[in-house]
Each structure stands twice: as structure tokens, then as C-alpha cells.
Design a protein around this ligand. Structure first.
Ligand SMILES: Nc1ncnc2c1ncn2[C@@H]1O[C@H](COP(=O)(O)OP(=O)(O)OP(=O)(O)O)[C@@H](O)[C@H]1O
Ligand SMILES: [Mg+2]
Length: 253
């Protein structure tokens, strides 16, 4: 039976989608069957980011009761499965986000882990992603505004009985003014599961409609996502290449 993990933040643009796709693919490298679901129903980014945006059947068809979820599952070249949402504005008013949990239930038998990329804010879409998840991971940037919104997301998820298992800090630059992981742990009272540095390879990857873990597997952000996957699974991190091993060994990331 799959573990459903919601990737949330409350604040927009902190790195939820980047985390959902790269973490999802990193988990496949540890032998897990993974489905990445675009739970951002009005402004979906997962399909575009993975090069599967224009598909015949998408999540909106399933939410509208016109298709079954199995018909909206596509395989990415990495081996991860993807459920893209519709990028058409015409589909926005047609669906009821509260049906998300029920629509995703059949994925339980298809995967070990289902990652749900949540929408920003704490409205109906984010609520639907929380309700469909067994556990939550909150993404934040290392600044006080993002962390304040991360706290809101954690508390909001608690209202639905959903525990946040930890926090991912993305786009760290190592500036003196940045909040450090220990401070973020203290403020949020949750463990930091991973730290992903600011990395220009992320944007290069996006321009190729592929995640950084596939296009630049030895980059600092890709290595961070592989370490994160190992941490979430409670396994030892295994570098995939000699370059990766050296970068990790000498703490070059
Ligand atoms: N580690 C990183 N280094 C550099 N750029 C990054 C990194 N992580 C994310 N980005 C960039 O930051 C922007 C926002 O990232 P992303 O779309 O993942 O955030 P989001 O939280 O999903 O946003 P939204 O709330 O709009 O859904 C994107 O342009 C992405 O390419
Ligand atoms: Mg997003």
C-alpha cells in the first residue's frame, strides 16, 4: 500500500514542484515505485516540468468523473509515473478539488509512494492535497516570511489530523542573513529533512522540460534531492557516480 506524501508550503514559489519531481525521481533510484501527482489544479506545473503537459487524459478528466485515474498515469523516462493536471483555463471551473482523495485512491495499489505537489496558499486546492495525503512535507526558503508561512501550513495540516514529518529548505545561498537549518527546526518544531542549495542547473533543466536530477545528476541540487530521498526512506545515501562521491566526500555541494 502506497504512502501518500503531500508537498506543501502555504507560500508560493518556494520550490514545491521542483521538490516533488526531483524527490519523486530520486525515490525511484532507491527502487521505489513512485507516482507524482499534480495537485496544483489551477496553475499546474508538474506536467510542463516533466515534458508531459499535453496529454489526452489528465487529472481534471478524472476529477470531473469522465475518466479513471489509471488512464491519466504516464511514465516519465526516469521510470517515475506522473499524473498531470490540465493546463487549459477552460477546465478550471469544471472540477471539485474535494474529490481528489477519492480519485487518487486506486494509486494505492500501483505505487509505493505517491507524491502530491500541492498548490500555494491554504485554499480548497491545498486542503484537498492535505486530505489526500497520509503525511506532509513542508517546503520553505531560509527567510522569515517563508518560514512563517511554513508554520501556518504545518498548523493547518494538523487541523485535518495530518502530521508534517519534516521540512525541506530550498534555494539556500549560504548568506549570513539566511536562517540556518537549526533555527528553522527550532521555529517550526520539525526536523529539517534536507537542504537544497540555489543551483542554476535547476533553471537549465526546466528549459529542457526535465528535472535537474535527470539533466544534471552530479549538480549540487540533484545530489541534495538524492540525499533527501535516502533520508526519507531511512536508508544510507548511495552516490551514483564517482564525481558525486567526491563532491559529497569533500563537501563540495
Ligand atoms: N534549488 C533551486 N535553485 C534555483 N532555482 C530553483 C531551485 N528550486 C526552485 N527553483 C526555481 O524557483 C522557481 C519556483 O520553484 P517551484 O515552481 O518549484 O516553486 P513552487 O513552490 O512549486 O511554486 P508555486 O507555489 O507557484 O507552485 C522556479 O523557477 C524554479 O525553477
Ligand atoms: Mg508549484
Amino acid at each position: 500500500m502506497a504512502r501518500f506524501i503531500g508537498i506543501l508550503s502555504a507560500k508560493g514559489g518556494v520550490g514545491k514542484t521542483t521538490t516533488s519531481i526531483n524527490l519523486g525521481i530520486a525515490l525511484t533510484k532507491y527502487g521505489k515505485r513512485v507516482v507524482i501527482v499534480d495537485g496544483n489544479l489551477t496553475t499546474p506545473n508538474v506536467g510542463v516540468s516533466l515534458g508531459v503537459a499535453s496529454v489526452p487524459v489528465h487529472l481534471h478528466h478524472v476529477l470531473a468523473g469522465k475518466k479513471k485515474i489509471k488512464d491519466a498515469v504516464y511514465q516519465h523516462e526516469s521510470g517515475a509515473l506522473v499524473v498531470p493536471a490540465s493546463i487549459s483555463v477552460h477546465d478550471i471551473g469544471e472540477i471539485n478539488p474535494s474529490r481528489l482523495k477519492r480519485c487518487l485512491t486506486p494509486l494505492k495499489r500501483m505505487a509505493d509512494i505517491v507524491i502530491i505537489d500541492g498548490a500555494a496558499g491554504l485554499g480548497a486546492e491545498a486542503t484537498a492535497a492535505i486530505k489526500a495525503s497520509d503525511e506532509i512535507i513542508v517546503v520553505t526558503n531560509p527567510d522569515i516570511l517563508a518560514v512563517a508561512d511554513a508554520l501556518k501550513a504545518i498548523k493547518f495540516a494538523e487541523k485535518f489530523g495530518k502530521e508534517t514529518i519534516g521540512v525541506i529548505v530550498t534555494r539556500t545561498k549560504g548568506d549570513k542573513v539566511e536562517l540556518k537549518p537549526k533555527e528553522i527546526e527550532r521555529l517550526l518544531e520539525k526536523p529539517v529533512l534536507g537542504v537544497v542549495p540555489e543551483d542554476k542547473c535547476v533553471k537549465k533543466a526546466l528549459s529542457k522540460r526535465n528535472p535537474v536530477i535527470s539533466t544534471h545528476p552530479n549538480s549540487s541540487s540533484a545530489i541534495a534531492y538524492k540525499k533527501l530521498a535516502a533520508n526519507i526512506l531511512g536508508e544510507n545515501y548511495k552516490p551514483e557516480s564517482f564525481v558525486e562521491f567526491v563532491k559529497d566526500y569533500f563537501k563540495l555541494i
